[in-house]
Design a binder for this molecule. Structure first.
Ligand code: KIV
Ligand code: NA
Length: 277
């Protein structure tokens, strides 16, 4: 399939055709996302939690994100690739934001970069766009600032709070963002955002009205144990299948059932006899 463009996303929005986005953090997952026909892949800073074992997204570094993102790039051709600028890599100045965004394009092959929140981020978005790099905004629950938002909880549940989310979204659109991720807000707030915005919206825990949806790879495939957010739907039990596979391997090794004859390399004809002479 040919590489998708921002024009294709606008056309989908105009046609009322939902945009499909997933996260991915490595090469085989990227190849699966491509084969499944998704429109966009986000190498989220959720990698801090899903693949690096941190308890928030804050600790992941630029270098770690670049390594994961470049691996995903090598597995994709048609979907648009979004790099997620990690905490501390863009907030302090426009210069820092542009330099970091350029690394994600140049070293990891991103088509777009994503940054979180409104506030000073609006100006950073404007600067990155001015440097020729398309930007995805992210409003509602923004995990990099979860502590100041009162934890991992839905945002915009009162009219005042909803208006703050809407103001951030409009400011990010004005700054030139190509797309907006809306995380963990009531469906009514998403509907209002979609009504007021021109750019496509991608929801996560934001109801059915957004122009597209994104889910975290490990959530949608059931790769870990334990509770998930309210909005997560599990489409597979990869943890269960993986656990069964590794447990069976361990059992066969201990029973000397693996490796079997067909897994062994034969010596060249006659060589075993010579070895034993
Ligand atoms: O890091 C991430 O996975 C994200 C998505 C949840 C939007 O930012
Ligand atoms: Na993120």
């Amino acid at each position: 399939a040919r590489p998708l463009t921002l024009g294709d996303l606008a056309a989908k929005k105009a046609a009322g055709e939902p945009i499909v986005m997933v996260t991915a953090y490595d090469h085989p997952s990227a190849q699966i996302a491509e084969a499944a026909g998704v429109d966009m892949v986000l190498v989220g800073d959720s990698a801090a939690m899903t693949v690096l074992g941190h308890s928030s997204t804050v600790p992941v570094t630029i270098e770690e994100m670049l390594m994961l993102t470049a691996a995903v790039r090598r597995g994709l051709s048609a979907p648009l690739l979004v790099g997620d600028l990690p905490f501390g890599s863009y907030e302090a100045s426009d210069e820092l934001a542009v330099a970091t965004a350029q690394r994600f394009v140049k070293e990891a092959g991103c088509d777009l970069v994503k940054i979180e929140r409104g506030g000073t981020t609006v100006q950073r978005a404007r600067a990155i766009v001015a440097a020729g790099i398309p930007v995805v905004g992210h409003v509602g629950l923004t995990p990099q600032s979860a502590t100041s938002l009162g934890g991992y909880r839905a945002q915009g549940r009162t009219a005042e709070a909803a208006l703050r989310v809407i103001d951030d979204a409009l400011a990010l659109q004005d700054a030139g963002c190509a797309l907006l991720v809306i995380e963990a807000v009531p469906a009514e707030v998403t509907a209002e955002l979609v009504r007021r915005l021109r750019i496509p919206t991608i929801g996560i825990g934001a109801g059915a009205d957004a122009d597209g949806q994104v889910l975290v790879w490990h959530d949608l495939l059931g790769i870990y144990d334990g509770p998930a957010a309210k909005f997560v739907k599990r489409y597979a039990d990869v943890r269960g299948a993986s656990l069964a596979g590794v447990a069976e391997y361990a059992r066969e090794v201990r029973a000397r059932a693996y490796p079997a004859a067909e897994h062994a390399y034969p010596m060249a004809p006659g060589e075993h006899e010579r070895l034993q002479e």
